[in-house]
Design a protein around this ligand. Structure first.
Ligand code: HEM
Ligand code: HEM
Length: 135
């Protein structure tokens, strides 16, 4: 596996630990009260750390590793895989922060837009990488 794709898998595992830790804190009444005292929506920070940070990053890394092999060609653009990695990290950390702390809520539209760009890059790059499958 390419080091860049290992970085996706490792990032996914870091987000898994952060996401589940937030879940445990939310499961403890005093912890939930503390997170809610920040004035944000901590349940949504927890959900996106797990669903985007962990699950989507794992899907990104594994998809780029496996799916192009099925069509007998390389990933369409490795530079885009690298750009997507950083854009997605900025987006998911920004979204988690914006959901977690009311003072950062104004960040949400920006982080959401950044995260969307990462998903759009993924869709474009993977689409182009598996194209021969549809023939
Ligand atoms: C140690 C593991 C986990 C614990 C202890 C945990 C705990 C919780 C708790 C306590 C809530 C309610 C939050 C609230 O009161 O607002 C919650 C919500 C949620 N969790 Fe987890 N969770 C865990 C792992 C996961 C994972 C792995 C995923 C996804 C892959 C996930 C997805 C969600 C979602 C989507 C919600 C609903 C969020 C919302 O709509 O506000 N959780 N979890
Ligand atoms: C560009 C990517 C994404 C953005 C910008 C985004 C944004 C949001 C926002 C703003 C909310 C809160 C909606 C509200 O005000 O109630 C939300 C809720 C949620 N999102 Fe995302 N999201 C993204 C990707 C995802 C993905 C990939 C998943 C799952 C794999 C997901 C699962 C959820 C869930 C489960 C909720 C909670 C729904 C509820 O309980 O009402 N999101 N998302």
């Amino acid at each position: 596996m390419k080091p860049l794709l290992v970085a996706y898998v490792r990032a996914a595992l870091v987000y898994l630990v952060l996401g589940t830790a937030t879940g445990v804190i939310l499961a403890i009444p005093a912890g939930k009260a503390w997170l809610e005292s920040l004035g944000g929506r901590p349940g949504l920070a927890h959900a996106h750390l797990n669903l985007v940070g962990f699950m989507s990053f794992l899907i990104f890394g594994i998809s780029y590793h496996i799916l192009p092999r099925f069509s007998g060609r390389d990933v369409y653009s490795w530079p885009l895989v690298r750009v997507q990695f950083w854009v997605a990290n900025v987006g998911v950390v920004g979204m988690a922060a914006a959901f977690l702390d009311g003072a950062w809520a104004g960040l949400l539209p920006w982080a959401a837009g950044v995260l969307f760009i990462a998903f759009a890059i993924f869709a474009y790059n993977l689409w182009a990488s598996v194209r021969p499958l549809g023939r």
